[in-house]
Write a protein that binds this ligand. Structure first.
Ligand SMILES: NC(=O)c1ccc[n+]([C@@H]2O[C@H](COP(=O)([O-])OP(=O)(O)OC[C@H]3O[C@@H](n4cnc5c(N)ncnc54)[C@H](OP(=O)(O)O)[C@@H]3O)[C@@H](O)[C@H]2O)c1
Length: 325
């Protein structure tokens, strides 16, 4: 699909760089970048060939040559960043987690609806080719009745207590940064859970170091999910059905391959279509389709709001609290 919108990048941190690189490589037009620091915006613009660098987010969202804003601030700032852009009449693609709580997510969704713009969560995994194919296979009944999702997201990330991942004021912890991937995946395949159990071990700074979750979904289906920010695992995921299973290779939430097995674990199908980049442009193209009037292919905004509600409940169970923003 041809890209026709002009993208503006709000914030110049780690993931903004990855996203901008993927957009550039996909030939998607970025017209401006905005940073709290003019120098950072200028360096980012030079690196990615972006014509305009703004020294504030306010200037970025006011830029008439920008149609859609990609929000890449830490998650407690997603609400203010997204509302700033929406009130300036821009569509928004907001990094995951969409916000730090369900009320904040609903506020963005409502404001976007009132302004007549598209707001979408940048859960890029949903739009990767292997995930699109996996959903097709499940819809065709390729593994029968889907009963169980087992998925984790574990990484060895900085343990510096001042890093945003360790800092409650910046929305730190494994759950909202990493755990949201298996949570979103389980809800994609099995729906919003009817029962939630969770246990966590906390860091000295008061965020979750590792969290294990069990969800029960409609019909007694189950998901078993795990995340941790200081131990790296295989990051494979498996979906079990009554006539077979699909195992997604590592790293399951990035562009990757998978194998479908029959009920005796004989391989019957392999999906292996490499993606040259990290594949973050697929979500940008999804947003552009929504702007043109297409129904969401996955993760409509109401599901994003529901996912934030599930994460609120997990946080309540594990005692993970964030200061009011
Ligand atoms: N999709 C993915 O694969 C993925 C991966 C990693 C992170 N993320 C998400 O992306 C968001 C940003 O994560 P990141 O790893 O890119 O963080 P980061 O490297 O710390 O960058 C965050 C940027 O936000 C801006 N910012 C605004 N207010 C800030 C504040 N009070 N403190 C620190 N930075 C502030 C800064 O940009 P300026 O100085 O230019 O204004 C900063 O560079 C998070 O919500 C995270 O969950 C997504």
């Amino acid at each position: 699909m041809e890209s026709t919108l002009r993208w503006g990048i709000l914030a110049t941190g780690h993931i903004a760089r990855t996203f901008a690189g993927d957009l550039r490589d996909a030939g998607i037009t970025m017209t401006a970048v905005g940073s709290r620091a003019p120098g950072a915006a200028e360096a980012f613009a030079a690196e990615f060939g972006i014509p305009t660098a703004h020294g504030s987010y306010e200037q970025l969202v006011a830029d008439p040559d920008v149609d859609v804003i990609y929000v890449a601030t830490p998650h407690p700032m997603h609400l203010s960043s997204a509302l700033l852009a929406i009130d300036a009449g821009k569509h928004v693609l907001v990094e995951k987690p969409f916000t730090i709580s369900q009320p904040q997510a609903r506020a963005i969704a409502d404001r976007a609806a009132a302004q007549g713009v598209v707001a979408m969560e940048a859960m890029w995994t949903r739009y990767l080719p292997h995930m699109v194919r996996l959903r097709e296979l499940l819809a065709e009944g390729a593994i029968g009745d889907v009963r169980t999702v087992i998925a984790d997201h574990t990484q060895s990330l900085p343990t510096d207590p001042t890093h945003r991942l360790q800092n409650p004021a910046l929305g730190g912890g494994a759950l909202l940064d990493l755990g949201i991937y298996p949570v979103s995946f389980a809800i994609d395949l099995l729906g919003v859970p009817t029962e939630i159990q969770a246990h966590a071990t906390m860091t000295a700074t008061g965020v979750d170091r590792q969290t294990a979750m069990v969800f029960v979904h409609e019909g007694g289906r189950q998901s078993v999910l795990h995340c941790a920010l200081d131990t790296a695992g295989s990051n494979r995921a498996v979906v079990l059905g009554t006539t077979g299973a699909i195992e997604i290779d590592r790293v399951w939430y990035t562009p990757t391959s998978f194998t479908r097995y029959d009920r005796d674990w004989n391989p019957v199908e392999r999906f292996d279509e490499p993606v040259a980049t990290r594949g973050m442009h697929f979500q940008a193209l999804e947003l552009e389709r929504r702007v043109r009037g297409d129904e969401p292919s996955s993760l409509p905004i109401d599901e994003t709001v529901a996912i934030m509600g599930v994460l609120d409940e997990v946080r309540r169970l594990i005692g993970l609290e964030y200061p009011e923003q």
